[in-house]
Design a protein around this ligand. Structure first.
Ligand code: ADP
Length: 198
């Protein structure tokens, strides 16, 4: 890094920001196959938290790829860089005191471990555990059809691996529960940790 770039101390401290809000900052890191329900559940949780008066934001895979990460593809190197940038952005939001949800396939254990090490105690891994067959039946964006036809290279679950979390803080088996039920489980977890008290 350039020696002339020096970290500037903020005039409002992290503790002051947290005290102003009625909750602790947290990073809900949703991971799972395409179509597993990450965006749907992240947004359902976001709505619930918003209504409880929490300050929140969802970083969604497709949305980030429209802007910040539009120069990145889906090969392994690009996926790693995709997650690295998202983690850095999420970390800034944590510093601002928000409860952040990230909805990215994030298929590799090592990348999620990197995100965890950066966010520390605030990192909450949410495994959106949906069998491949169910994701493929749902196919909300028609991507599995294209991937099976060979039109999308490096498609997670088909032609690129998904490394399931070994010890997620929250495990959602969506084939056995409603979106509402999954969102309630996440909010209950945040309450159990004292992150949300409302
Ligand atoms: P992802 O963000 O993981 O790619 P999406 O949230 O975009 O997945 O799509 C998941 C799809 O599955 C949505 O159309 C959603 O309505 C549907 N769905 C059906 N049942 C569930 C469930 N129990 N949990 C989450 N999503 C569900």
């Amino acid at each position: 890094m350039n020696d002339n770039i020096v970290w500037h101390q903020a005039s409002v401290s992290h503790a002051e920001r947290n005290a102003q809000k009625q909750h602790q900052p947290a990073l809900l890191w949703y991971t799972g196959l395409s179509g597993s329900g990450k965006s749907t559940i992240a947004n359902a949780v976001d709505r619930k938290l918003f209504e409880l008066g929490c300050h929140t934001y969802v970083l969604d895979g497709d949305n980030v790829r429209h802007g910040l990460n539009k120069d990145l593809g889906f090969d392994d190197t690009s996926r790693v860089e995709n997650i690295r940038r998202i983690t850095e952005v999420a970390n800034l939001f944590l510093d601002a005191g928000l409860i952040v949800g990230t909805a990215f396939i994030s298929p590799f254990l090592a990348d999620r471990a990197q995100a965890r090490s950066l966010a520390g105690q605030r990192f909450i891994e949410v495994f959106v555990d949906t069998p491949l067959e169910t994701c493929e039946q749902r196919d909300p964006k028609g991507l599995y059809k294209k991937a099976r036809a060979g039109d999308i290279p490096h498609f997670t679950g088909i032609s690129s691996p998904y490394e399931a979390p070994e010890n997620p803080e929250i495990h959602l088996r969506t084939a056995e529960m409603s979106v509402e039920g999954a969102a309630d489980q996440v909010v209950a977890y945040l309450r159990s940790r004292g992150i949300v008290t409302a």
